[in-house]
Design a protein around this ligand. Sequence first.
Ligand code: SAH
Length: 369
Amino acid sequence: MENQTSHLEENQQDDITINNKFVLKGLTLDELKNYFSKNGEPRFRGEQIFNWMYNHLVTDFFDMANVPKVLRTKLKDSCEIMTLQHVDTQISSFNGTKKYIFETVDKYKIESVLIPEEDRVTLCISTQVGCPLDCKFCATGLMGYRKNLSAGEIFDQYVLAAKDFGKDNITNIVFMGMGEPLLNYNNSVKALEIFAQELTTGISKKKITVSTAGIAPKIRELADKNLNVKLALSLHSCFDDIRSSIMPINDKYPLHQIIDAVKYYARRTRTRITFEYIMLEGINDRNEDIEELLKVCKEFPSKINIIPFNSLKHMNPTGIAAQIRPTNKDRIDEFVQRLRENNITVMIRNTQGDDIAAACGQLAILLND
Ligand code: SAH
């Protein structure tokens, strides 16, 4: 297998073509305006195409009613809109959670998960094929890294899910699927910029969340971008030695660096940070873990999302990954109560879609799929 650590540096992607056609999906509003003005068209064409692609979610240039027919034909010959194909859907028999399998043009499969709840419908999208971080509790980590998704491939997960479930029905977008968004920084930010644009009507910035394992310098960079989307940090332990043993990236960016970065993010964007915390028996569910969590949470506006550990059995894990066990329900309740007694906002995330391996951390396409 190729060296996975080389992918821990974020890398840039050049202009993308499909079958020699230039891919427009993934270009931001400014990029689209520049593209059309470079090609001898008025800049407002960029705004029109933006609106068709990202608001009306059209997949064919011929549906772009206010674009002159000659230009539509020209675009059809030289440009491409869709970057993904919908190949399969699995539906959880418990709660209707849907796992979509999409395929990129270069034949990689990726997964997105749609989670209908009482008061919201969340679409969880992927930013990479696989993941280089190797977190010991995560199926995507066990699968290894394949490639970064382009901004178009990130956005098209929403397009295809919206075609299936209805655009207006999707209320929240979370970058919590396969991959580490901040290691595919440029493409993730471009996709966020597109989601957060006023012209892409429907989803407010408050309903868009990026989840990261803690790439400290990129958290600061994202704060400075002024996108003001919400940030979730996969914390999972407040002790460096324990965190490093389950999340190797902690050796590169230890806790004090990450906490400083998220503090900066909270201040700069005036948003509340969410700490994600998977409950792992004997690893991070002890009384001293509660004490440390309290100290971290009291430093700045934050809340904790407690996540029951979802099994990785479908991946046949070995080593540490095979030894990880979920904390039992009584202890989770006790842990949560102690935090709440100290005025910390704590949510317990329901396990969604375990029966179709669509729950948090279960996303992985096996090599022989
Ligand atoms: N790379 C990003 C986003 C993907 S993971 C990140 O690390 O945040 C999305 C969330 O699922 C994270 O909080 C992650 O820690 C959690 N997760 C991973 N594996 C899990 C598992 N087996 N059970 C429950 N949650 C898991």
